[in-house]
Design a protein around this ligand. Structure first.
Ligand code: PMV
Length: 324
């Protein structure tokens, strides 16, 4: 039996503008997707998704939720290692700390944790680049044209600056700024495709949108310069940059009354800055906070009844948690 984990992610700065070639900054979270693999006597391969409440066995039609893992990861591994898994005697179970399709990169986390679990179980030679390659294949199946940022951060962890390709330009921080991130769920489903389309329509009608994208790009660059200072980074400045970034995202039309409510709730209760994260409209709102203020804000969040996570930055990426 073995268990692996892969971190989820949040976009700290630069969503939407990243689609137009500007940099975005993403962080791996201390919130995970897990894959547990055990041997079964039955000669087949079964995958169970706890969150989607479904089970698939080799040879059956593949439900759309499992297509990335089956058609991206399993197919690639069978091809590259010349193995057939239809008689493998494997039961794989996938589960996570956060719900699927919430904008925290669950799909990439799933592919990444599943890939490591399967490679480990098969006892073949691999490295993190190979895991990233298979997870990217899976991401292409779930998103069509993924940037690759979600799978990369789930594999390596830490904080990344990302500029869309091809090929994408990815920079990793060598020293880490200790950040406490708060993620509050709007409980409104996010729809990345729709949000990206809305912004694209607005941009086609109003030339000022290009200036807004360029400004978001400048914010991401400035935040990156600050983050590169590691322990010496000015967290207050990062908070203010988040607030400015959020104002610009609102002007693109991707905020909502629920997002605004949470953004201001966080700012009024000790966060140094807050913004929507990811595509917007629904999904999560992100805030940063000093360690001393966590206890108080938790109390307030609990009183209102928001669903939330408080997370530090995951540094190690995908990991083998247990093997026996
Ligand atoms: O909410 P997510 O994790 O799907 O993030 C979308 C980020 C966008 O910049 C809006 C789109 C993209 O492909 O980068």
């Amino acid at each position: 039996m073995l268990i692996t984990s892969a971190p989820m992610k949040t976009i700290l700065f630069g969503e939407h503008a990243v689609v137009y070639g500007y940099p975005a900054i993403a962080s791996a979270l201390d919130i995970y997707v897990y894959t547990k693999i055990r041997k079964i006597t039955e000669p087949t391969l079964i995958i169970k998704s706890r969150e989607y409440n479904l089970e698939w066995r080799y040879g059956e039609p593949v439900p759309k939720e499992l297509k990335p893992v089956v058609e991206g990861v399993i197919k690639s591994i069978e091809r590259d290692f010349d193995v057939k898994l239809h008689k493998a005697g494997i039961y794989a179970e996938i589960f996570s700390d956060a719900p699927p399709a919430c904008g925290l990169g669950t799909s990439a986390g799933t592919s990444v944790s599943f890939t490591l679990a399967l490679l480990k179980y098969l006892d073949v030679h691999y490295d993190k680049d190979l895991i990233n390659k298979y997870a990217f294949e899976a991401e292409k199946i779930s998103h069509g044209k993924p940037s690759g940022i979600d799978n990369t951060i789930a594999v390596y962890g830490g904080i990344l600056k990302y500029i869309k390709g091809p090929p994408p330009k990815i920079e990793q921080l060598s020293q880490m700024t200790p950040l406490n991130l708060i993620l509050v769920d709007t409980m409104i489903p996010k729809n990345t495709k729709k949000a990206v389309m809305m912004v694209s329509d607005l941009r086609a009608k109003y030339s000022i949108i290009d200036n807004i994208m360029a400004s978001i790009g400048k914010i991401a660059e400035e935040a990156w310069r600050e983050l590169r200072k590691g322990e010496d980074a000015d967290i207050e400045k990062l908070g203010t940059l988040m607030n400015i970034n959020h104002g610009l995202l609102s002007s693109l039309g991707v905020s909502s009354s629920k997002i605004e409510e949470i953004v201001h709730f966080l700012r009024n209760n000790g966060a140094l800055g807050s913004k929507l994260t990811g595509a917007g409209i629904g999904g999560f709102v992100l805030g940063i906070i000093r360690s001393e203020a966590i206890k108080e804000i938790k109390k307030k969040l609990n009183t209102v009844g928001y669903r939330y996570f408080i997370s530090s930055i995951n540094m190690s990426g995908v990991k083998l948690l247990k093997q026996k």
